[in-house]
Design a protein around this ligand. Structure first.
Ligand SMILES: C[S@@+](CC[C@H](N)C(=O)[O-])C[C@H]1O[C@@H](n2cnc3c(N)ncnc32)[C@H](O)[C@@H]1O
Length: 286
């Protein structure tokens, strides 16, 4: 993830889809070596695409989509930002000027959260006062208890980002998080991505899906949660969310790649969905 963002960020401003200057600083020395020189980076980008069809272009388009949505929600009056499964998400630092007084909660698995804090201190020094780290295991902990203990206020319109996480959880854990979000203030919104259930089953025939299924099956994070194709808007609406927007490869391509005259394979079995609690802040679509 961070390598793809770093490669894209090194491109000229007019060319790149997303910009995340901290991404390359999260990388270990072995990966940073892969960033030397544009011709070399182009080869690495091609290699990632050959090994994991559609992955690189999905990651950079997803980063941009979440960035756009975050900025839209901040402009619309969001007062808190909760990043669920934050990993190497750098938005609390990249968007520091636009966050102003917005309280940020970086929620992550305890092991990942501890490692991230150490990394951030090494990179930027003190953690900003508006950023709280919250150690949560979505499969066992109660998100509400952990967030409230760190100062989260259920009465404040909040934007929740949940990027690259749901495939590794089960339905019960996903539903617990969505239920918590539904209890947040009117005007709050969540955006998350998900995979098609056929990938979890290993029956998806889309190019590259079987490869991802096989690869993740060999790791400690096998794919677990998916939604049937075409059912995600109903899935979110049935849980009470409004103004649901569901986008995939086609919409991401239309929005970010086609204006650059680029036609790239974005893995179509990953999709991004957003929804609102109430409707005080207007539309969700960035
Ligand atoms: C693929 S990474 C995505 C990180 C980041 N959101 C991004 O897009 O770069 C998955 C993240 O989900 C977190 N995660 C996975 N399972 C979790 C769980 N049961 N509870 C809390 N966090 C979890 C991991 O710690 C990791 O930060």
């Amino acid at each position: 993830m961070a390598l793809s963002r770093a490669i894209e960020t090194r491109k000229p401003a007019a060319e790149r889809i997303c910009c995340d200057p901290l991404a390359e600083r999260f990388l270990g020395a072995k990966y940073r070596m892969l960033l030397w020189g544009r011709p070399f980076r182009d080869v690495v980008e091609g290699q990632i695409e050959r090994r994991f069809a559609g992955h690189h272009y999905y990651v950079i388009a997803r980063t941009r989509y979440f960035d756009d949505l975050l900025q839209q929600r901040l402009a619309g009056g969001a007062k808190q930002l909760v990043i669920l499964g934050a990993g190497y998400d750098s938005r609390p630092y990249r968007f520091a000027d636009r966050l102003g007084g917005v309280q940020v909660f970086e929620v992550d698995h305890p092991a990942t959260s501890t490692a991230k804090q150490a990394k951030i201190r090494a990179l930027i020094g003190e953690i900003p006062a508006n950023v709280a780290y919250v150690a949560v295991d979505f499969t066992v902990d109660t998100l509400a208890d952990k967030l409230l203990a760190r100062g989260y206020r259920a009465t404040r319109p909040t934007v929740f980002l949940w990027e690259g996480v749901t495939p590794y959880l089960d339905l019960a854990a996903v539903d617990r998080v969505l239920s918590f979000v539904m209890d947040s203030a009117a005007g709050s919104a969540i955006v998350f991505d998900y995979i098609l259930r056929s990938v979890v089953d290993g029956t998806c025939t889309l190019r590259g899906a079987a490869n991802e299924f096989a690869k993740m099956g060999r790791t400690s994070e096998p794919l677990s949660f998916g939604i049937d194709e075409g059912q995600a808007p109903a899935f979110l609406a049935s849980r009470g969310f409004q103004n649901v927007v569901d986008v995939g490869a086609q919409e991401l391509s239309d929005r970010y790649f086609d204006p650059h005259g680029k036609h790239r394979y974005i893995k179509p079995w990953w999709r991004i969905i957003s929804g609102e609690v109430g409707s005080a802040l207007g539309v969700v679509e960035p």
